[in-house]
Design a protein around this ligand. Structure first.
Ligand SMILES: O=c1[nH]c(=O)c2[nH]c(=O)[nH]c2[nH]1
Length: 305
């Protein structure tokens, strides 16, 4: 027997890729698709499976994979959050040794290719924009937690951004900027209220669209003196406008655009030609939440630009 301590552990099938086709209309010619990447993690009474080789408490990861596909057929995929809630509740309520289940979902968006002369609608182009994310945790003791989010949403303001007045020590070479490009690739997570999570009628697609819109509008409308200030404005705007969201965490890599020195060619660079550096990058991260709410979104995830 080992003298060492088995601490946090979880298991399940990761990255189950699943595409659903829902046929609508009298003849079923109008198709709707959802394209998901679903990961399952189960937590519970798993000492024996680790320590003794007794698999009596172990629901195979293969079964968790099958459950994901069978649930897509039986219940459909209404939204990543609704699908994750169904799965998380199922694992905890169907096996007494499972005390907590976490479902992580990424959704890849597709855009309809509309051909006016054709009434069938079954052609799509993958959207080059963000990946939608959801993490649903259901626990016997603490109940349901639904975190929604997005990643890989790249945005840019080609003006209305300055950065100056910062500390200058003996290592500082950065020049003050009074008109610069501000660009970032947004990773956002937001915690939904317990009442939204418990509401079977909650429209997750609508709340996703609202959060996304308010973040983008705040990015566009904020005259920025730092990416930190823009981060705060984006999260603040979401909390102001989406009452079911309690907490927002943003990870914003500063995608630096440096003015190219054109002097050697006898040319003046009037904020027109930039070198877009892909690394290194400033990484600005922060959580903003409502007064009186305990923050729940992990701050330690390693996000790269
Ligand atoms: O918006 C910015 N915030 C910083 O903290 C920073 N630091 C830096 O070098 N450039 C920038 N830009």
């Amino acid at each position: 027997m080992s003298n060492h301590v088995l601490a946090q552990n979880q298991y399940g099938k990761a990255e189950n890729r699943i595409v659903t086709v829902t046929r609508k209309g009298d003849d079923g010619a109008w198709h709707e698709i959802r394209d998901l990447n679903v990961s399952v993690a189960l937590r519970g009474e798993y000492r024996d499976v680790h320590l003794t080789g007794d698999n009596g408490n172990c629901l195979p990861t293969d079964t968790t994979k099958n459950t994901v596909y069978a649930f897509a057929k039986e219940h459909g995929v209404d939204s990543p959050e609704a699908f994750g809630i169904l799965l998380a509740r199922h694992f905890v309520s169907s096996q007494k040794v499972i005390h907590e289940a976490q479902i992580r979902i990424e959704e890849y968006a597709w855009e309809r290719i509309s051909v006016p002369s054709r009434k069938e609608q079954h052609s799509f182009a993958r959207k080059g924009q963000e990946v939608r994310t959801a993490q649903i945790t259901y626990s016997e003791t603490t109940g349901l937690q639904v975190l929604s989010g997005l990643k890989e949403l790249t945005v840019m303001n080609s003006t209305n951004s300055e950065f100056h007045g910062f500390i200058k020590d003996r290592y500082t070479t950065l020049r003050e900027a009074y008109d610069r490009i501000l660009a970032t690739k947004v990773t956002a997570r937001w915690a939904n209220s317990a009442s939204a999570a418990a509401d079977a009628e909650h429209d997750w697609d609508a709340s996703y669209g609202k959060v996304r819109r308010h973040m983008l509008e705040a990015f566009a409308e904020t005259y920025s003196y730092s990416l930190q200030q823009t981060l705060h404005a984006m999260a603040d705007r979401v909390l102001d406008h989406v009452s079911t969201v309690n907490e927002v965490r943003l990870n914003l890599p500063n995608k630096h655009h440096f003015l190219v020195d054109l002097e050697p060619f006898g040319l003046k660079n009037d904020n027109e030609v930039y070198f877009a550096a892909d690394r290194m990058y400033g990484l600005i991260e922060g959580t903003i939440h409502r007064q009186g709410v305990q923050p729940v979104i992990a701050t330690s995830d390693w996000i790269t630009a």
